[in-house]
Design a protein around this ligand. Structure first.
Ligand SMILES: [Zn+2]
Length: 96
């Protein structure tokens, strides 16, 4: 069986969404540690994710590689390390 089919079979739902209690269909096979960061093509380093999570992870990796702050590229879309939105405009970050 091809790697992609095998991971899709193992992770039919986006593992990142699942960790947040959400349900989204796996659309993309993602490297947990990107190849650029020394990751491998082993099953252990692969996970099924939805497109939104893949896009966000890709952006964060690119931002890190360039020394930028994750979330700075698309304003109001990023989340910090604690999972809270980084945008000051987000209601969670607005002071009452
Ligand atoms: Zn997802």
């Amino acid at each position: 069986m091809k790697i992609i089919a095998r991971i899709r079979d193992r992770d039919p739902l986006c593992v990142i969404c699942k960790a947040k209690g959400l349900i989204a269909r796996t659309e993309i096979i993602d490297h947990i540690v990107s190849l650029a960061d020394g990751g491998t093509d082993d099953d252990d380093n692969l996970q099924g994710v939805c497109k939104d999570c893949s896009d966000q992870k890709t952006e964060e990796e690119a931002a890190r590689a360039q020394g930028r702050t994750p979330g700075a590229l698309i304003k109001g879309k990023g989340t910090g390390r604690n999972g809270r939105p980084t945008s000051p405009d987000h209601p969670w970050n607005r002071r009452a």
